[in-house]
Design a protein around this ligand. Structure first.
Ligand code: TYD
Length: 202
């Protein structure tokens, strides 16, 4: 089973990934956790180039191709072999991030971004995608150094959110849409329940 997590900046995705990891450890369910861009030596090097705030001249097409290149390496080196061994794989962001950020917000077009990623991943899509459904807020910007993507305007991040919503309506069966609760443990329980219903975890 291949599960991805998606969402806008600062919606608590990392916390939810940590909580599901703890749940799987507690219940003795082995899983491979990866993050994008990154998680192989080559993909981490590509990540550094993509997110470096100094790379102000990077054009949108380069950005989209670098995310796809990082993903191609992760799929061939790690994801495909793990899935072939029957492992549970949980990925922090995947193709939907590229479609939302580069396709919609950057304006390269959702179809184009889906196409280059289909080539990069040989068509590998998640079985289930958990979308943490919260529009971007201004609050997350406070108090931390921002990478190149985080520095984008509020409008860019609004477009990311709207891009996700369009993708969800395009293939509603793949997505689990989770509205975060005030209590992060309650949100985690909702995610676990949804993944159990889909047969992704026990
Ligand atoms: P990261 O620090 O991992 O962010 P987060 O904790 O929000 O997941 O940085 C990844 C950044 O790259 C994030 O701003 C989203 C962006 N991104 C894309 O624009 N396209 C992509 O395909 C992926 C995987 C990420």
């Amino acid at each position: 089973m291949f599960v991805s997590f998606e969402g806008c900046e600062g919606v608590g995705k990392s916390t939810q990934l940590r909580l599901i990891k703890e749940y799987l450890e507690r219940t003795n369910q082995p899983a491979l956790f990866v993050r994008e861009p990154g998680s192989t030596a080559i993909s981490e090097q590509i990540r550094t180039v993509i997110l470096d705030p100094a790379n102000t001249e990077m054009c949108g097409l380069t950005e989209a191709l670098l995310y796809a290149a990082s993903r191609a390496q992760l799929v061939s080196q790690t994801l495909r072999p793990a899935l072939d061994r029957g492992e549970l794989v949980i990925c922090d962001r995947y193709i939907d991030s590229s479609v939302a950020y580069q396709g919609y917000a950057r304006g390269l077009g959702a179809d184009f971004v889906r196409d280059i990623n289909a080539a990069a991943t040989q068509g590998l899509l998640p079985d289930v995608t958990v979308f943490i459904d919260l529009p971007p807020s201004a609050a997350w910007r406070n108090g931390h150094l921002q990478d190149r993507l985080e520095q984008e305007s509020a409008e860019f991040h609004e477009n990311v959110y709207n891009g996700y919503i369009s993708e969800i309506s395009r293939c509603p069966q793949r997505f689990v849409r989770i509205k975060p609760e005030f209590d992060k443990n309650e949100t985690s329980r909702k995610i676990i329940e949804a993944l159990r219903e889909r047969g992704a975890i026990k």
